[in-house]
Design a protein around this ligand. Structure first.
Ligand code: C2E
Ligand code: MG
Ligand code: MG
Ligand code: MG
Length: 275
């Protein structure tokens, strides 16, 4: 309504929408600027092979350190980026930065098998996604096998055939594909079978429930068994306790990631520990 009233009209905000709408507008403008001014960075969280204990890769997670607001959570600014058409530019920056960082580490003799980046729905649906991705691979020189895209389960509910075809082309380049936050969406088993992903990341809510909700272990065991029978690698996210590690090992889960091992770290700290 405020928008439709036009440039010179008075803007009337309902008190209840006011605060959030104003803050989102502010964040939008600030985020647009942040894309060019160095306030954004990536932190890297290690992932481990549960059988060998070895580092397998890292997940790049976006961070925004605003001069007055301080750290804005990704939950907040990714949503703003998605809603205001900034996510394509942000995602491109994330992939370029993560691939360049991975290559710098590789050249220095540090070799996590891959770096994973998160991809939003709108990015995947955008027309330029594949050409952008190819350009990033070429410009940074990263081997496609060393990049993994994490896509949230919910993404896949819209435009199914077109999206599946796009994902298959990306997989055929050699780029790894993971389904993120698995279990929170509505995919059926037959649908999961058709998804051209090599990795399934079990959502952290199920890992949290392991020690609390009697259904927790049942669900985690089912996802591991089902996923592995379809030839997928299973990663558990949000692992915070040794008991969870032990349970996951007992279920032959492939990989784990979480605060028990380390949180997402600035690049220099990550390199200090793992390179
Ligand atoms: P996600 O991809 O599922 O990432 C996992 C989140 O869990 C991260 O939160 C990570 O810091 C947090 N985490 C890791 N280990 C633990 C643990 O042991 N316990 C708990 N409670 N949390 C843990 P973060 O960094 O706040 O990111 C939140 C979400 O924002 C991500 O969820 C992802 O969906 C999105 N996101 C972050 N960076 C990007 C990005 O560059 N692009 C896009 N499109 N989305 C991003
Ligand atoms: Mg992720
Ligand atoms: Mg997740
Ligand atoms: Mg998520």
């Amino acid at each position: 309504l405020a928008k439709a009233a036009g440039k010179n009209a008075f803007r009337f905000f309902e008190p209840h929408m006011n605060e959030d709408a104003v803050q989102r507008q502010y964040l939008q403008t600030a985020l647009r600027a942040a894309l060019g001014n160095g306030e954004l960075s990536l932190h890297y969280q290690p992932k481990f092979d549960l059988r060998t204990g070895r580092l397998t890769g890292s997940e790049a997670l976006a961070r925004w350190d605003h001069p007055t607001l301080g750290a804005v959570s990704p939950g907040r600014f990714i949503a703003v980026a998605e809603d205001f058409g900034l996510i394509v530019a942000l995602g491109r920056w994330v992939r370029e930065t993560a691939c360049a960082q991975h290559m710098a580490w590789q050249r220095g003799g540090c070799a996590p098998a891959h770096v994973a980046v998160n991809v939003s729905v709108q990015e995947l649906h955008s027309a330029g996604f594949e050409s952008d991705l190819l350009r990033t691979l070429r410009d940074t020189g990263i081997a496609p096998e060393r990049l993994q895209l994490e896509i949230t389960e919910g993404v896949l509910l819209r435009d199914t055939e077109a999206v599946l075809a796009k994902l298959r082309r990306i997989r055929d380049l050699g780029v790894g594909l993971a389904i993120d936050d698995f279990g929170t969406g509505y995919s059926s088993l037959s649908y999961l079978r058709r998804l051209p992903v090599d990795t399934i990341k079990i959502d952290q809510s199920f890992i949290r429930d392991l020690g609390q909700d009697p259904a927790g272990p049942v669900i985690v065991r089912a996802v591991i068994g089902m996923g592995q029978s379809m030839g997928r690698r299973i990663v558990a996210e949000g692992v915070e306790h040794l008991g969870q590690v032990d349970f996951l090992r007992g279920q032959d889960c492939d990989e784990a990631q979480g605060w028990w091992f380390n949180p997402a770290l600035p690049p220099a700290l990550f390199a200090g520990l793992y390179c």
